[in-house]
Design a protein around this ligand. Sequence first.
Ligand SMILES: CC(C)(COP(=O)(O)OP(=O)(O)OC[C@H]1O[C@@H](n2cnc3c(N)ncnc32)[C@H](O)[C@@H]1OP(=O)(O)O)[C@@H](O)C(=O)NCCC(=O)NCCS
Length: 219
Amino acid sequence: MNITIRRVGASEAAACVAGLAEVLVDCVEGGASVGFMAPLPRERALAFWQGVAAGVARGERVLLVAEDEAGAVVGTVQLITALPDNQPHRADVAKMLVHRRARRQGIAARLLAALDEAARAEGRTVLVLDTVSGGDAERLYARAGWVRVGSVPRFALMPDGTPCGTPFFYKHLAPAPRGAARLSGPAPAGGPGRRSAAPASTAGRRGRGRHRSARRRPR
Ligand SMILES: CC(C)(COP(=O)(O)OP(=O)(O)OC[C@H]1O[C@@H](n2cnc3c(N)ncnc32)[C@H](O)[C@@H]1OP(=O)(O)O)[C@@H](O)C(=O)NCCC(=O)NCCS
């Protein structure tokens, strides 16, 4: 499978919603604990990604997609940059998903590498995520240099209602060199693309002031 990884621009995110919903429904159907219970109706998945697309348009998150030769979305991951004022250097990683038909080809590993690059371009050098205990994702993050800090038992439920533990991981990135080019893809209007052209320190400062509504946004 010939896969392209790209960052979705602000004006393009809405066009990816249907493909992203298909990947999310497939992952939940396959038993992944990614915030939803099974069965996940397509409408609910669409509504979730519409919320994400709106966040991308506001410059509150960075959305990466992996697409096959036909342009179909087969994988995705996000960087949430709308955080409190005292964390301008930090971002949360969310919704790392690869469609079952595209797994075990290194797509998630490539998405994570591209995410590191996007985070550096945004001036984000401390990344945090949580996942499910004992799943494929734990090995993936460990391989990609993430540090496991511990696990909270019974933090969440699997799609079938079984309680599961949630390990938390972080990764420290070296800052991007001054004037480094951004990852790829069109610049979101007024959002991260413009910030990324600036040195990391100022990029973070300009991102302040957006956090008040961040906790109500989809993860
Ligand atoms: C976790 C997940 C994102 C991994 O996606 P993926 O694209 O299959 O990941 P990779 O291909 O990079 O790595 C998966 C495995 O395939 C192996 N692999 C990678 N390329 C390969 C290749 N060309 N041939 C054979 N194996 C390969 C990797 O070494 C890895 O091995 P492991 O099972 O020992 O860990 C995917 O399983 C998924 O979407 N799961 C459901 C959602 C989920 O749990 N997301 C995480 C939420 S935090």
